[in-house]
Design a protein around this ligand. Sequence first.
Ligand code: GLY
Length: 374
Amino acid sequence: MTEASVKTIHVPLEGREYEVHVGPGLLGRSGALIAPLLRRPRVAVVTDDTVGALHLETLRLGLQAQGISMTALSLPPGEATKCWAQLERTTEWLLEAQVERGDIVVAFGGGVIGDLVGFAASILRRGVRFVQIPTSLLAQVDSSVGGKTGINSPQGKNLIGAFHQPSLVLADTNVLQTLEKRDFLAGYGEVVKYGLLGDAAFFDWLEDRAPDMAGGDEAARIHAVAHSVAMKSAIVARDETEQGDRALLNLGHTFCHALEAATGYSDRLLHGEGVAIGCALAFELSARLGLCAQETPSRVRAHLSDMKMKADLSDIAGDLSDAEALLTLMAQDKKVKDGKLRFILARGIGQAFITSDVPRQTVLEVLQDALARR
Ligand code: GLY
């Protein structure tokens, strides 16, 4: 594919606007794309051991092509890295690497690296600029765009952090080829979320083309990533700090966070898998409340099953808590406001909305019935 097949999405935040480039070969062109941001020809890159082993050399060559030197720190892969100890290690390393206020830090990895390094950049010297180079599908379509950064606490995920927008995002679709199938499909949970929350035509397109996309069709991948980013950009532009509409991006997440907690944040359930199941449950709840057609939840589940994804609680191996315990876990979600659970429900595919007006008993019944299907 040529440069012409790279799509660019503008994130129009006044004073903090930036571009997201989506397409093949962006690591090789990273020097040319990052150079306009630099005051001196050097960057500090933070990655993880898995991504570093596969792709750091390609990035180094891409930067070198424009005379930009690179110093790199590699962290252990996995969610446990989003912690105080690794944040301290990263910020100390950035200071030792003499990163100055005017320099650029590069977050090169999946959602864990993007969140941790973005947060480190937000507090280093009271804030330095950073570039996101997301390498997982989940990070390309969601976490690298919109400026949410942070780490986990023993109290819960993403509870410590800051809004800090990147200065540029390079989503190189070539790197998706090295993802394990399961990780790719987990990221797809976030892609399907966009169709379900706000774009029925995109969901139709996914029903038709997502199997090709999962099979490696490059044009389909570029379209799916770029369309997801464009939807996210529009929402973030309306509501950067999640006072309203941005919460739509949490479709499926209240159920998901309870399921992740119930499975011990282990590889029994990856985040994107939980999002997919959570979306199906959110449609189930919407149908139960008479908000959308009764057959819509089955359509959602049928698509997830076509994609060979987890679609229901029955697809989660091992023991799960009972419905009451899951509901208690849902109440710990940080989207709880004034003690009330906030849900993203839908009047149909592509028609999500935010509400706190959901009877506890109906949520309980949805969970009880889902557990009975196991
Ligand atoms: N991942 C949800 C958001 O960025 O708001």
